[in-house]
Design a binder for this molecule. Structure first.
Ligand code: 0L1
Ligand code: MG
Length: 261
């Protein structure tokens, strides 16, 4: 895809999000779209949001569970970015009318005390510089019709990022084994999804390490203080108006929101 087409595609995705409008996946018209070009589109999209005045809260990993990777037939997760206009306060309201077809998943975020730069970063190295963990509800809202996309499409679409709700920032507890921590996603009082931290590449810290190594290919690094979403511990569940949503992460606590009616 040439530079002009990359820019136009980013603009199309940007407008689809702003206007809450589904679009047909890019790979229908560009079946040869590569992962590299998809990240270039994502970079253009990020630029458009920065130019609008938005700030980046931090990066996110997506497709981190074996099940999702197999489903998409990929060997590597993907990344995208969470922006400040995506924040919904803990216990607050998610405005349904601002979204297309939102789904929610429960995750664990890391906040590092130092910058860390790949390649060759391990989960242990991430844990050594982690200051805080945060329980998270991530709302994903693919801009593509029926969440129907191929890998390059979802990369270009900023990994379906849409909204995020953070629980309390917890100073990294020394003895907490995040891989064994159970995580539940509750909607309207019913546990809809359950998992343990090891669903995320064996340990959520491995996901942050992989992200550091992926960013290193672009001479970028994980920076101290940014919030890093490590990927869904639970599956994603479709939201509807009026839903009351919470997640419990063992050792870290709860996070919740309500969907507007
Ligand atoms: O956060 C995520 O894992 C989203 C990845 C994109 C896949 C999807 O939209 O279902
Ligand atoms: Mg996610």
């Amino acid at each position: 895809m040439n530079a002009q087409a990359l820019k136009e595609t980013a603009q199309t995705l940007y407008m689809a999000e702003a206007e809450k409008r589904e679009i047909v996946r890019i790979t229908r018209d560009y079946p040869e779209l590569t992962v590299e070009d998809a990240y270039r589109i994502q970079e253009e999209l990020v630029e458009l949001k920065l130019k609008r005045g938005n700030g980046i809260i931090g990066p996110k990993m997506g497709l981190t569970s074996r099940a999702k990777m197999q489903q998409m037939n990929v060997e590597e997760p993907i990344y995208g970015y969470i922006f400040d206009d995506m924040l919904v306060p803990n216990g607050g309201t998610l405005e349904f009318d601002q979204l297309i077809h939102p789904k929610v998943e429960a995750e664990i975020a890391f906040v590092l005390g130092e910058d860390i730069e790949g390649p060759g970063i391990s989960g242990e190295q991430i844990l050594a510089v982690t200051e805080y963990f945060i329980p998270v509800l991530e709302v994903i809202d693919s801009r593509y019709e029926n969440f129907s996309f191929k890998l390059p499409d979802v990369i270009a679409d900023n990994a379906s990022s849409s909204r995020v709700v953070f629980g309390e920032k917890i100073k990294k507890p020394d003895r907490l084994k995040l891989d064994r921590a159970s995580v539940s996603l509750v909607i309207n009082g019913e546990v809809k999804e359950r998992g343990t931290g090891d669903a995320v590449l064996g340990h959520p810290a491995n996901s942050a390490a992989m992200l550091a190594n992926m960013l290193a290919r672009k001479q970028q690094k994980l920076t101290a203080g940014s919030v890093i979403l490590t990927g869904g511990v639970t599956g994603a569940v479709m939201l509807k108006r009026g839903d009351s949503v919470s997640a419990h992460v063992e050792g870290l606590g709860d996070v919740s929101f309500t969907v507007s009616s």
